[in-house]
Design a protein around this ligand. Structure first.
Ligand code: KIV
Ligand code: ZN
Length: 522
């Protein structure tokens, strides 16, 4: 396509930075495969130096998924080398390096005199660090991206200077991030237009943009930048990301597609895969999509008022600007049940974007039969839940083998649990204010923990009386919080699983922290 907009998906990097959205390796690889099916142009797979889990996930995706993969690195050699080591198995890869450039970042993050005493000196140091990093990354690959972090609040003169310098040093993509989501659409678009004017070698690099959603303007800012010449857009599925999130991929892509009468550019995205991708990301991250979210919300194509329903029944175009099928929302819901065979199940899972080996299929099919016995009808969302459970099983250091709870209007809620902790069996009982509290107390006794529960949420993810309940538990330890998710037709069991998962996360991160302390930071 002429004037193609490059879709750079950062769900697995910036998206995973959403509080509580951490993904395991299996989940990351599955999402990367689905992003390949969606036909994104670049997948930012992670920040390899930040943890061994990140490194391994980037390495796996680079080796297994056939899309240009990118890895993030600060402007220090250790980060860039780690990114290279993680990415080198890929046919095509990109190193993405970044450094704060706004005066606020310079006086805050680089306030130390070793970066210079005056703002002028600091700017010189930062410019040199950026160019050195790009030149170093260039020794590993031709494809190097540089991001002047907080470009939205960076002085345009300095932004132009550093952009020109990094292109001279070899950057092939210059990404202009509105890191704090501070700018207005016209202002951000004008910034891109001005860079095109001021930077002499700008035609030697692709201009990219990366907008955060702190004021709810990430998509509007991205579109305004495209209007002014940006040709790569960085975005995430469901708009997840740091704080209020990033620009949502599906909204940008569909805005360009639905209003193609206004645009002389477009994307190669296979839009029919949007719904599946959205559901997979939501299921694996536990980040619920708000029902009224554009394109992928549960209500995005639901017409409630009588007048609207009447209009749509007569002519869909009256209230629908795009067909639900165009984003993969099917009219008919396929329902499986206990009589469905392996073949029916595997073809439905494949349709939903999952890839299973024969052994994985065996295990999923057994779980499917158990679920189908409990629930008469098994919907797509139930299958997504099963897949999420399977993914988490890989990491079950704390496995719940047995749970018994007694409760009643006049009884003290009591829970007895049996856990398998790294293949050691532990049994404990405890009482509590309610059945969930009793379970959590029994776990604390068994594991010798006492955690502060920051939040507890329960919702039903499928419909009907036998719906599956999903519980999200967030526990806090010091500065950090850890989220666990549990799903079951029994919400006490779901709560117990969720708490165990949050504690497991906490344990993994304590081990990662020890690892990070060993890695030098700049
Ligand atoms: O928001 C931001 O500035 C980033 C950079 C690393 C591109 O995520
Ligand atoms: Zn970001």
């Amino acid at each position: 396509m002429q004037n193609k907009i490059i879709i750079f998906d950062t769900t697995l990097r910036d998206g995973e930075q959403s509080p509580g959205a951490s993904l395991n390796i299996y989940e990351k690889v599955e999402i990367a495969r689905q992003l390949a099916k969606l036909k994104v142009d670049v997948i930012e797979t992670g920040f390899p130096v930040s943890s061994s889990v990140q490194f391994d996930a980037v390495q796996r995706i680079a080796g297994e998924v056939d899309v240009l993969t990118a890895g993030l690195a600060r402007t220090v050699e250790g980060d860039i080398k780690a990114a290279y080591d993680a990415l080198k198995g890929a046919d095509k890869f990109r190193i993405h390096t970044f450094l704060g450039t706004s005066d606020i970042h310079l006086s805050g993050k680089f306030g130390d005199d070793r970066y210079g005493k005056t703002m002028g000196e600091k700017r010189k140091t930062i410019l040199k660090m950026a160019c050195d990093a790009v030149a170093y990354a260039k020794t590993f690959t031709d494809d190097v991206e540089f991001s002047p972090e907080d470009a939205g609040r960076t002085d345009i003169g300095y932004l132009s200077e550093i952009t020109e310098a990094v292109i001279d040093a070899g950057a092939t993509t210059v990404n202009i991030p509105d890191t704090t989501g501070y700018t207005m659409p016209d202002e951000f678009g004008a910034k891109i237009a001005e860079l095109k004017q001021r930077v002499n070698n700008i035609d030697q690099a692709v201009i990219s943009i990366h907008c955060h959603n702190d004021l709810g303007l990430a998509v509007a800012n991205s579109l305004s930048a495209i209007q002014n010449g940006a040709r790569q857009v960085e975005c995430t599925i469901n708009g997840i990301g740091e704080r209020a999130g990033n620009a949502s991929l599906e909204e940008i892509v569909m805005a360009l597609k639905v209003r193609k009468d206004l645009w002389d550019c477009g994307t190669d995205i296979r839009t029919e895969e949007i719904n599946n991708t959205s559901r997979m990301v939501s299921g694996f991250t536990g980040m619920i999509v708000q029902p009224n979210k554009a394109i992928v919300g549960e209500n995005a194509f639901a017409h409630e008022s009588g007048i609207h329903q009447d209009g749509v029944l007569k002519l869909k175009l009256t209230y629908e600007i795009m067909k639900p099928e165009s984003v993969g929302v099917a009219d008919t819901k396929i329902i499986l049940g206990r009589h469905s065979g392996r073949h029916g199940l595997s073809s439905r899972l494949e349709h939903l974007g999952y890839h299973l080996t024969r052994e994985e299929m065996d295990s999923i099919y057994q779980q499917f039969l158990v679920l189908a016995d409990k629930k008469k009808e098994v919907f797509d969302n139930d299958l997504r839940v099963l897949m999420g459970d399977e993914a988490r099983k890989e990491e079950e250091h704390y496995r719940l083998d047995y749970l018994h709870v007694t409760l009643g209007t006049d009884a003290i809620p009591t829970a007895t649990i049996r856990l398998n902790v790294d293949e050691k069996v532990i049994e404990e009982s405890a009482i509590g204010d309610g059945p969930v509290d009793a379970c959590f107390n029994a776990i604390d006794r068994a594991l010798g923990t006492k955690s502060h529960i920051e939040s507890y949420q329960v919702r039903s993810i499928t419909s009907g009386r036998q719906a599956q309940g999903e519980v999200l538990v967030r526990v806090r330890k010091g500065e950090r919080s850890f989220v666990g998710k549990g799903v079951s037709t029994d919400i006490i069991e779901a709560s117990t699983k969720a708490y165990l998962e949050a504690l497991r996360e906490q344990r993994v991160f304590s081990i990662e922290d020890e690892f990070l302390e060993m890695v030098a930071t700049p």
